[in-house]
Design a binder for this molecule. Structure first.
Ligand SMILES: Cc1cc2nc3c(=O)[nH]c(=O)nc-3n(C[C@H](O)[C@H](O)[C@H](O)COP(=O)(O)O)c2cc1C
Length: 169
């Protein structure tokens, strides 16, 4: 897909069909996420792919929305604060930035393959950590449902106008 078209057509999909995600497509999505740049190339991000019915039920329990439990795959993105770059001048931890770039690669690659995704950050962190058996230095950052959208209608983007967001100096 032409990049401009891709950016305009990716949207938060909140209803998934039961059609399974092909293994090759899932691998392309994960590869795109793993190719994302990160501060000092430290790559402090991990991806947990949840596909088995039992684990899916557990992860659906971490974010109670009917639409979420229609997803055939959920990717949990975690950040490893201990290995992330911290800026020398103020100690700023770049884990969240690195994870966000990886997730953006993931969601755009998915959209290019006709797959839907949605960022979810409003989840139960403690329950998610328990479900994945994460150690204390590993923070779940987002849950990303992945699957074919059950609805073909692409919503119109609601965004601030460019001149509200950009300043020319
Ligand atoms: C960091 C972040 C966290 C988000 N968390 C949630 C969430 O918990 N639940 C949800 O339904 N959507 C969530 N979203 C999706 C946003 O609501 C959505 O991206 C925004 O409204 C723009 O719509 P669009 O993605 O369709 O272009 C999140 C998006 C981002 C970037």
């Amino acid at each position: 897909m032409d990049f401009k078209h891709l950016v305009n057509t990716r949207y938060s999909v909140r209803s998934y069909s039961s059609q399974p995600v092909e293994e090759e497509k899932l691998m392309l999505v994960l590869e795109a996420a793993c190719k994302a740049p990160s501060a000092v190339n430290y790559q402090p991000v991990k991806f947990y792919v949840i596909k088995s019915p039992g684990k899916l039920q557990e992860i659906f329990g971490c974010y109670h929305r009917t639409w979420f439990s229609t997803a055939p795959v959920v990717i949990v993105v975690t950040g490893l604060h201990s290995i992330a770059w911290k800026r020398g001048s103020d100690g700023k931890d770049h884990t969240d930035i690195d994870a966000a770039i990886a997730i953006d690669h993931l969601t755009l690659q998915a959209a290019d393959l006709g797959l839907g995704t949605c960022w979810i950050c409003n989840f139960d962190v403690e329950k998610t950590s328990k479900t994945l058996g994460l150690s204390s230095g590993e923070e779940p950052i987002a849950l990303i449902p992945l699957g074919y959208p059950s609805d073909e209608n692409i919503p119109v983007k609601k965004r601030k106008r460019l001149n509200e967001m950009v300043e020319w100096l």
